[in-house]
Design a protein around this ligand. Sequence first.
Ligand code: 6R9
Length: 647
Amino acid sequence: MSKTFPPSPEIAKNAHIDSAKYDAMYAASIADPDAFWHEQGQRVDWIKPFTKVKDVNYNFGDVSINWYSDGTLNVSANCIDRHLETRGDKTAIIFEPDDPNEPAQHISYKQLSTSVNKMANILEELGVRKGDRVVLYMPMIPEAAYAMLACARIGAIHSIVFAGFSPDALGTRINGSDAKVLITADYAPRGGKATPLKSNADQALLHCKDSVKCLVVKRTGGQTTWTEGRDFDYNELVLEASDVCAPAEMSAEDPLFVLYTSGSTGMPKGVVHTTGGYLVYASMTHEMVFDYKENDIFWCTADVGWVTGHSYIVYGPLANGATTVMFEGVPTYPDASRFWQVCEKHSVNQFYTAPTALRALMGQGNDFVTKCDLSSLRILGTVGEPINPEAWNWYNEIVGQGRCPIVDTWWQTETGGHLMTPLPGAHAMKPGSAMKPFFGIEPVILDPQTGIEITTNPAEGVLCIKDSWPGQMRTVWEDHERFQQTYFSDYKGYYFTGDGAKRDEDGDYWITGRVDDVINVSGHRMGTAEVESALVAHSKVAEAAVVGFPHDIKGQGIYCYVTLMNGEEPSEELRKELRTWVRTEIGPIASPDFIQWAPGLPKTRSGKIMRRILRKIAENDTGSLGDTSTLADPSVVEDLIANRAGA
Ligand code: 6R9
């Protein structure tokens, strides 16, 4: 039995949801989803109220997911306009710049309204209409949030590309969603360095349609090149733009955004989230999981380039009229105290980050934390990957001083919001366990071979979800077939998460990691197939196989097996060249940790690469290679073991 950490009586007493309420509400959400979600649907303002709640079909071949489908609303009106009367002067966004000497900005709901309306009018002037796509490639500055909300205001669909992605990756995504406009900034300051976003954008746009326009926000004022007729200066246009733009009436099932994410095969897919259900779910989880109360200062350290930034920096908090912190920097700049200094400076109440950041900071010593006044903190959260007990304990004891519940939130780009997590006032936490399903979520553990549901405890297998929830993705952008194939074909009648899980004797859930070829590097999700295809695009590479291996700080690292073209000689230079190559093809987050030269790769007689074996070698666990009898040429494995890269 693992040690449990019940919420303090004070937290439990004051929380929105205590243990009894969780049990009752959860039971009600499963017994009558229509009634439950009808009620929750009232947390957003509708232009035309919905009469239908849930209309879902999980049958492979016929999958369709609809929530509140006859209702109409506007997301930006829900995140801004409806707060103006009561919260007009309240701070909506606290912007904390990369450089701690640059003053923070407090942007009120009124100011947010002005900026979003202006940006919406600028986009309309650039020709953006309802249903058009707009790609954002932005630093973590308030203009990123303005751009998201401006798209929502006019009914355009935003697609954010994380600013750490390369020009190639950006170009592919602009083309993938056939975007009309790209919004970027001159530079993105981060950790004392500045990424030349505009110059990256210029390179990306070389591979896009001539008609794509580029709206450029000034962040540093650094030098950029300008293409007349294609590039537009936001800071100039904003001076003239009107601050009145009527919110478009959107159907609940109109797309709100597309966000590309990695899968186990092929190139990243565009996850489509729609308007009504997504907003209900983001708002509800933000309030209940973080026990958010009016006047709390909420800080999620993610980047808006990831789903966590969408749901818990922008849409969830702003729908709830909260004050949300947007941090431009990194945890270790100027030093390892930055997170905690920002918590102190802005009296942060809820702090939400990734285990990889905690592991990196933990190694720097406790002084960086303890010298700051963290008494404002009430709730801590983690997301993105499993948290190891050491990091959990450090977070609990050193950061939370033993008084802040930790919500270990398990969810995905596809799910729109949290699916499993302890609730701060309801559950006795277990370090490393995602504990309990959120309301309306029915997790099941299936036997990976038979696909049969395991109903007894303890259980271990693949994690699926039995029924839909409002925040669920609706389709893959322009590829509904791929949507069905990826999530509904392996285990018929369920949503397949791609994760494995255990359920313990108490019925609490533990995520064991991906069961597919997706790896999780510093909380960033990556398909091994993407790195492989980047490698084989190099003229000297004949074949490549990429696997993850355990990494102390990053969670998982990237291990590449590379077979060179006939006549090419392995060398240190070539290794460096390939590393740089992958960074250029995808971005720095995909930098290989190890490259091992592989004269051959272990394959079955039908030519399938046996990744299981490659993973074992990368993990240096070669004593248990498992069944190798189907190998076409066993000597390949001996060579790979003998020449293992790294330690
Ligand atoms: C929100 C987000 C999703 C994958 C997911 C799982 C892993 C996320 C986790 C977790 C263990 C947690 N993951 N949260 N694993 N415990 N609390 O991260 O979305 O980038 O799509 O990644 O991340 O493997 O399937 P995304």
